[in-house]
Design a protein around this ligand. Sequence first.
Ligand code: BEZ
Length: 180
Amino acid sequence: MNASLPEQESFWLFGYGSLIWNPSVPHTERIPAQLQDFSRRFWQGSHDHRGLPHAPGRVVTLVEDAGSVCAGMAFRVPASAATEVLEQLDHREKNGYSRHRHWLHTRSGRRLDALVYIAEPDNFAWLGPGPAAEVAQQIATSTGPSGSNREYLERLATALRELGADDPHVFELEALLRSR
Ligand code: BEZ
């Protein structure tokens, strides 16, 4: 799916990866939020940020997972920045992400209609699951123009702890990297 969005209108954007700890998009509001029935997974290859074309790193995407909840951060992008932010995020589509629309839930009970970028299995950079030790090894040894893959994982794990989020997949990989 590539969800359409009226440009030049404000919108909610769900951050579940680097946006949580590096909110690089202009925003007027930021609220912890949850996306139900999805799990965060290090299943997307990164050839342009945390890895290289011949040695991709791993970054997160979302996979459907009934009953699960993915904790992240919702950002309110103002109309004045909408076009610029969409261009910036669509640039990531080159690495396999596409636009989706989903309802988010906040702690205070609000429902937010949000734009969510998801990399799906049919994209060229998809890596999919693997044994945790091998995934951790790939993250530990990959680096790209945006920095090391290890830093991406560590900053995500720290940000999730600060949010009070339980994410066994991320925390298991963090523990494996620490034990290396
Ligand atoms: C994120 O950091 O949450 C993110 C943003 C755009 C695409 C994928 C993930």
